[in-house]
Design a protein around this ligand. Structure first.
Ligand SMILES: Nc1ncnc2c1ncn2[C@@H]1O[C@H](COP(=O)(O)OP(=O)(O)OP(=O)(O)O)[C@@H](O)[C@H]1O
Ligand SMILES: Nc1ncnc2c1ncn2[C@@H]1O[C@H](COP(=O)(O)OP(=O)(O)OP(=O)(O)O)[C@@H](O)[C@H]1O
Ligand SMILES: [Mg+2]
Ligand SMILES: [Mg+2]
Lengths: 165, 165, 165, 165
């Protein structure tokens, strides 16, 4: 069990170093087991350096920086076991426009092997979607999928016409 | 492996049959507060075998069945089906296409199907056991989980890693 | 102490009924002390009815509905003791466009007696501001206030010219 | 009573003297993640006498002083001043205009001023004791507090009411 935990931990750690660097291009992130030589008893410490200057504890980060760091970590755990889909429910809420862009381009990086389903209120995120499902309750209390947009490479698949930006 | 279609009927606010198709790429789900976006996420979790009321936001399993609205009476059962393409043989089945269905009746009885063959919930769990799709895997990332890590909660952070191993 | 608690509780409760109705025009909200006849030992239960049809527990509400209900409650507590200012730090993040509008108009309702300082990433909220402070870190690690916009009744106070929409 | 100006120097990321003016109405503070918006909120809390490290997001009080950046050395003290118009005599002072200032030096010593008269922290606390401006009042509403109520945490909800009473 100890061996398995250490193996998985190293995998998550390596994923986190890569994913964090994708979210924070000038920064670097790491995970360490501290407090006990027995990995099963130790605590996990998250090291986050959004810019080159200094290593910050999670406490010193701003709301948006923390959220992006945590998304990077959750994604690193997700990558350990392959799943065809990854659902993200409004995780972009605390992010500013530039971080939403980075967030989306990181997801794009993985779309070869992962289908992403993103629930969002963010206009920028919506713009980057390949497929868009709109949910409404036109009839009170009853959900309905109303607007569906399919585009691929500037082409509207649903209506079979090119999309003007 | 990839998911191609999610079919929802009678589950939570989806009183009418609703079908969502998925392809490679980014799919965004948008709409006003309370319209049913997170319910779509719950439907996907539920058909994959999720049992926890805290995750599905319901005190009793039967709360998942459409409970009625201003103009519609409550329904007698909820059913969700998921279409999965097994193109890389990740699932240890001879099938190229797998459809898992889950149905729950008001009286509490449940039915599960694998390509229209009745199975037990355990069979659905076992099918996905070694993939990242089992219900305790991290294929759903939501803001609340992000906060758990942010809140410097050492136990929940450690738990995240233990679950992955 | 018991008398003081009950007095304040009744004040918060009355504020909550009014504030909730402002946020959810078709709904109604209430607070009750339950579980113990001694108010100091009882629990506070929040009753929320976003639309006329049904009373929901906090658990059954969507992310945005919960957030707006909680903002209504926190605001109701705030109103008990007069303070010239009320600071809101990114509380509009989970709200859709229509709820942001309602949120802003509720604040407007109180601007006679309260100065609001709203930290936000939301474009709609920004548009409704009377005064806008932009914070940046042009020099790395050093905060600077860069753009300041003052308008009142369509008039730009800073540049002493009318604002075109 | 209303606040008219907040003066920040050397506090957290505000290495340069920064002045924010406030009038009646809605003031929005905007900018990218990590640029210093919540630090403005912290400055306002701190000058009002906030002492909790958890609220100010600092392990030690001296962490509040600008700690240096790529191009700037750390500063020796932090100072925040707040201008309050006492037009309705809410504050039991003969003054029409009250300026409270708080200064913290690297060696840990603190200074407090009321209209340039040196006072103790206690005097600042007492001045605002019966108004909604004391540091345990609810004049700051942030998303984290919203979540505490949402999470069905009976203790934190009850605490909210007890604090108000
Ligand atoms: N069994 C049920 N029968 C009918 N309606 C239900 C049932 N379960 C949940 N609902 C309704 O579904 C709605 C919640 O939907 P959901 O949580 O998906 O919203 P959402 O789109 O995610 O909103 P937000 O943007 O605020 O997160 C609520 O109005 C709730 O009352
Ligand atoms: N004593 C200090 N000296 C220098 N910089 C500091 C100090 N304390 C905090 N900071 C910096 O201030 C920044 C955080 O600012 P703040 O929390 O105000 O961001 P924000 O604008 O609210 O962002 P978000 O939109 O993500 O919430 C961090 O980069 C942090 O390193
Ligand atoms: Mg939701
Ligand atoms: Mg912030």
């Amino acid at each position: 069990a100890r061996k398995q935990f250490t193996q998985v931990f190293e995998q998550i750690r390596s994923n986190f170093q890569k994913t964090y660097a994708l979210f924070f291009p000038e920064g670097s992130g790491d995970l360490k087991l501290i407090g006990n030589s027995d990995p099963l008893e130790a605590d996990v410490e998250i090291y986050a350096r959004p810019k080159t200057k200094e290593l910050k504890t999670m406490k010193a980060l701003s709301g948006g920086e923390k959220a992006l760091t945590a998304i990077a970590l959750l994604f690193s755990v997700y990558l350990v076991k392959p799943s065809p889909y990854c659902i993200l429910d409004e995780v972009d809420a605390p992010l500013d426009d530039r971080n939403v862009d980075r967030f989306i381009s990181v997801l794009r990086h993985f779309t070869e092997t992962t289908q992403f389903i993103i629930v969002t209120h963010n206009k920028l995120t919506m713009k980057s979607a390949d497929y868009l499902y709109g949910v409404t309750m036109q009839e009170e209390g009853v959900s309905k999928i109303v607007s569906v947009q399919f585009k691929k490479n500037g082409y509207d698949l649903l209506h079979k016409v090119p999309i003007s930006s | 492996m990839y998911i191609s279609e999610l079919d929802i009927f009678g589950f939570k606010s989806f009183a009418n049959r609703t079908r969502l198709k998925f392809s490679q790429g980014l799919t965004c789900v948008v709409g006003p507060n309370g319209c049913g976006k997170t319910n779509v996420v719950d439907a996907l979790r539920w058909v994959m075998g999720e049992q926890k009321g805290s995750v599905l936001r319901s005190d009793r399993m039967t709360d998942l069945i459409f409970g009625g609205s201003k103009y519609k009476k409550p329904l007698n059962y909820a059913e969700v089906s998921l279409n999965i393409h097994n193109n890389r043989q990740v699932l240890s089945l001879a099938y190229e296409n797998v459809v898992i269905s889950r149905r729950l009746y008001r009286d509490g009885t449940s039915e599960y199907f694998l390509n229209q063959t009745p199975v037990r919930l355990k069979d659905i769990h076992d099918l996905f056991l070694d993939t990242g799709m089992s219900s305790n895997a991290y294929s759903v990332i939501e803001l609340k989980m992000v906060e758990d890590i942010l809140n410097e909660n050492r136990e929940s952070r450690k738990y995240l890693f233990e679950e992955a191993a």
